[in-house]
Structures are given as structure tokens and as C-alpha cells.
Design a protein around this ligand. Structure first.
Ligand code: GTP
Ligand code: MG
Length: 405
């Protein structure tokens, strides 16, 4: 067993009150005979989340930075296996799809440039199968053109959403910063005004432009773009977006945590009805397979898996071990096995931090035959919430370490 696993401790994040509150909700559903409906809905929600796809179309003139953004959204550099090819000469000539490396239900579509003389927005959209995409990003590295506006108009007519994105902001800032009296804020404002001006000239009545750099998704307008996308997507697609984007800021990690908290409650409710199995040798009832699967999922969402860490190490140009040294409490996804979970449960019981049993015992008179299920619910909820707390902390440490390089 690795050093990391033996360092795992439980019991920091969750109090008796929290478990009691959840059990009271469970008791209400049980007394109102809603529990079968509630758990059925949980299963449906979890299945829906697993099967929901997100298709992001990125379009713009040749050289605008489409392929680079595809790579950035997948947490990749431009130079690794599976990355979209980028370069100063025209590189993307046909529609290409790139699956998210950890969540294959998310696809980025790298669409060919739209700046040909015979450009026909309607034809172009038909050719690239516009109906597939959840939204379009229309990208420019300097100015937007009439073609961009014509395309946006057609996208709007087809009841789809689009976002104007001005990339390479880092380069612009870099060259402007050499001038006297430079201010980053003013420089960004100038770029924004310039983009809005050329969009207005091209016929866009109410332009809104997001300024980004593919190298710094934590900066400029990318967080605002993400927030806007989240507001405008439906609930499931929003969750898929939050879970799949790289954890490039503290804020992004918090959103992941909130989404995973809702996930944990659903998983715990399911384990209440399907997985009330005593763990041999321990006064604990739970479904080990549910715990293993959920923990692996949580690690992947927060980038605590070998592949994600290797990609991050490449991105920041440092050895992966330097990043791993920031992980103090959590295992990596590949280290989570049934044995690992039993070990974790044993430690929690031995150290007396497993508060679930005593809380559930208070509920025995009202829960009756549901007591076994309630134990499984409480244990799953308790273990996963604490695990999530540790994983978020470690992911933040990894992020801070990567940012410091
Ligand atoms: N500094 C900086 N360079 C960028 C950024 N985005 C793209 N580039 C560079 O711009 C050039 C063109 O980027 P690509 O992503 O290949 O552009 P594209 O739109 O896919 O081009 P085509 O495939 O030819 O249509 C590459 O040299 C990129 O490295 C950015 O945010 N910052
Ligand atoms: Mg390209």
C-alpha cells in the first residue's frame, strides 16, 4: 500500500449534525412512503448525467486559434498525443472531433475556417451539421469579420447559442506592456472596444466579446465565459461542463464540489435501497462497489488521476512527481480498490471517527426495517463527503503548486 494511502485520514469535514439532518430527510421520505419514488428519481438523474453529452463547436477564420482552444479546454498542450494540430500556417481543413480525455461524453469540434471568398453562412452550417452542437464559439485572434457576423446571424436563426471570443490576449498584452504608462485594464478595454466596434460595423447590433488566452484560462474573461455558459445551459449540460473543465481556479474547484455534493446525496440514497450489506469484521453496512466507483469518479473530476496529472505536468513543464508531492490526503483514482475502501472504513471505525452508526442508532425506533438501509446511507454519505473534502483540498494544493511554477 502506498504512502499516500496510509496517510488517508477521515472525519474532518462532516459533523453529527450533518448526518442527523440527512437522516431526518430520509426519515420523512420513509414515513411519507416517498422513498421508492425518491430513489428511482436519483437513479434516473445519475443515469442521465452519465449519458448526457456536451458538443462544443469552435469556429473562426484560419489561424484564429480554434485548435489551440480545443486543446486548452481539454487541459492539453499542443504537442502531445491526441492534441489538435496547431500552427501559423493553415492547419484545420476539415471538421474534426476531439473527445475530452477523461469524460468522453464531452466533445470539442474543431471546425474549418470560414473565411473563404465564396462563404455562405447557411451552407457552411449545413455542411458542419450545426444541429449537433450545444453552442458555438466564434473565435478571432485580432478582429471579427463580416463572415463572423453572418454566421452568428444564421446560428441565431437556428435557435442555437454562440459566443464571440477574442483569443491571444496574452500576446496583445505582452506587446502593449512595453509602452509607457501601460495599464492592463486599459489595454483589455481597448481590445474589447475594438472588437465590439468591428462587430457593430459588420452588422451585429449588440456585441459582447470575451477576451481570453489559451494559456491562461484562469484569467481575463474565461471565468466569465464559463459562468455565462453555465447560466445558459440546461442543468444537466451545466453539470457536465463544470465536471469536465480543468480545475484552473479555486472558484472552478468550488463549483465542482457543489456539483459532487448533489451527486453524493443521490449515490447515498441509492445505497440505502440497493446496497445494505454488512462489511465483514466491521460494524458497518454499505455497498463497497458504490463507494469504489464514486471515489474514482470524484478523483477524476478533480484531476487526481495519473493521466490528468501527467497532462498538467506537461502543461506547466515540470515533473509529475513535483505535483504529486502536493497531494497529502487523497489517493489517485488508480489506487482506489475494494481493499483500499475497507482499509479506510476500518481506520474510521478504529479511530472512532465513524459517527454514522451512533447517529443512525438514535433513529432505529422510527426507521424500523429501514435501519440497515439507513446505515448504508449514512456510511456512504459520511465517507464520500469526507473524501470529497480531502480531494478538493489536495486538488487546490496541486493547482497552487502548478501555478507557482
Ligand atoms: N500567445 C498565444 N498564441 C495563441 C493563442 N491561441 C492560439 N495561438 C497561436 O496562434 C496560432 C494559430 O493557432 P491555431 O490554433 O492553429 O489556429 P486555427 O484557428 O486552428 O488555425 P487553422 O487550423 O489554420 O484554421 C498558433 O501558433 C497558436 O500557438 C493564445 O491564446 N495565445
Ligand atoms: Mg486548426
Amino acid at each position: 500500500m502506498s504512502q499516500q494511502i496510509s496517510r488517508t485520514t477521515m472525519g474532518a469535514a462532516i459533523t453529527k449534525n450533518m448526518v442527523t439532518e440527512e437522516l431526518e430527510k430520509l426519515q420523512k421520505d420513509w414515513e411519507n412512503k416517498n422513498l421508492p419514488d425518491v430513489t428511482k428519481k436519483c437513479q434516473e438523474d445519475l443515469d442521465l448525467l452519465k449519458n448526457t453529452t456536451l458538443e462544443i463547436a469552435i469556429t473562426g477564420v484560419s489561424g484564429a486559434g480554434k485548435s489551440s482552444l480545443v486543446n486548452a479546454l481539454r487541459g492539453m498542450t499542443d504537442f502531445e498525443d491526441g492534441a489538435a494540430e496547431t500552427g501559423e500556417t493553415e492547419t484545420t481543413r476539415k471538421r474534426d472531433s476531439y473527445l475530452h480525455p477523461t469524460f468522453p461524453n464531452v466533445t470539442m469540434w474543431d471546425l474549418p475556417g470560414i473565411g473563404t471568398p465564396n462563404f455562405e453562412a447557411k451552407e457552411y452550417l449545413k455542411k458542419v451539421k450545426f444541429e449537433k452542437y450545444d453552442f458555438f464559439i466564434i473565435i478571432a485572434s485580432n478582429r471579427f469579420t463580416e463572415n463572423d457576423v453572418l454566421l452568428a446571424r444564421e446560428i441565431r436563426k437556428m435557435n442555437k447559442r454562440f459566443y464571440y471570443v477574442r483569443t491571444r490576449v496574452d500576446s496583445s498584452i505582452d506587446s502593449e506592456s512595453k509602452k509607457p504608462n501601460y495599464s492592463e485594464e486599459k489595454c483589455l478595454e481597448k481590445i474589447r472596444e475594438y472588437c465590439c466596434e468591428n462587430l457593430t460595423q459588420a452588422g451585429e447590433s449588440n456585441p459582447r466579446v470575451f477576451l481570453i488566452s489559451r494559456w491562461h484560462l484562469d484569467k481575463y474573461d474565461f471565468p466569465l465565459l464559463q459562468e455565462t455558459l453555465e447560466d445558459e445551459l440546461d442543468d444537466l449540460k451545466r453539470d457536465v461542463l463544470i465536471l469536465s473543465l480543468p480545475a484552473f481556479s479555486k472558484e472552478a474547484l468550488k463549483k465542482k464540489r457543489a456539483t459532487m455534493e448533489a451527486y453524493i446525496r443521490k449515490v447515498a440514497l441509492l445505497s440505502c435501497v440497493i446496497g445494505a450489506v454488512p462489511v465483514p469484521g466491521l460494524s458497518v453496512v454499505c455497498d463497497l462497489a458504490i463507494l469504489v466507483g464514486s471515489m474514482i469518479h470524484i478523483c477524476k473530476v478533480f484531476g487526481l488521476d495519473e493521466d490528468s496529472l501527467n497532462r498538467l505536468a506537461k502543461r506547466v513543464g515540470k515533473p509529475v512527481d513535483a505535483l504529486k508531492s502536493a497531494i497529502k490526503k487523497s489517493p489517485l483514482a488508480s489506487q482506489i480498490t475494494t481493499e483500499f475502501v475497507i482499509d479506510m472504513l476500518t481506520k474510521s471505525v478504529v479511530c472512532g471517527t465513524m459517527i454514522t452508526v451512533e447517529v443512525v442508532l438514535d433513529f432505529v425506533p422510527v426507521l424500523g426495517s429501514l435501519t440497515g438501509g439507513a446505515l448504508s446511507f449514512g456510511t456512504t454519505f459520511y465517507i464520500l463527503k469526507n473524501f470529497l473534502h480531502d480531494v478538493e483540498k489536495d486538488a487546490e494544493n496541486v493547482r497552487a503548486k502548478a501555478a507557482a511554477f
